[in-house]
Design a protein around this ligand. Structure first.
Ligand SMILES: [Zn+2]
Length: 79
């Protein structure tokens, strides 16, 4: 698996929707590739930040900063 392929599988991996075989390749690559490991960490932080923002601001949806929403959407559509 190449780095670019890993990026394509990232969303499915994080959502635990990756088939076992792809998951094995994915995790093998991650264990060898520092860049992709850091990319995954960044991705998870972004997703988590989005979820925390939604939880904390559920009473005032309009208060979520546009920049944060765009960053989360960009992270989701990129992979
Ligand atoms: Zn890689």
């Amino acid at each position: 698996m190449k780095c670019r392929e890993l990026a394509e599988f990232l969303a499915d991996y994080v959502n635990q929707e990756l088939p076992l075989e792809s998951r094995t390749h994915f995790e093998f690559h991650l264990s060898k590739c520092k860049n992709c490991h850091e990319y995954l960490v960044q991705y998870e932080v972004t997703i988590r930040a989005g979820k925390i923002a939604c939880d904390e601001m559920s009473d005032e949806i309009g208060a979520i900063p546009d920049d944060l929403v765009k960053a989360v959407m960009a992270a989701r559509s990129k992979v």
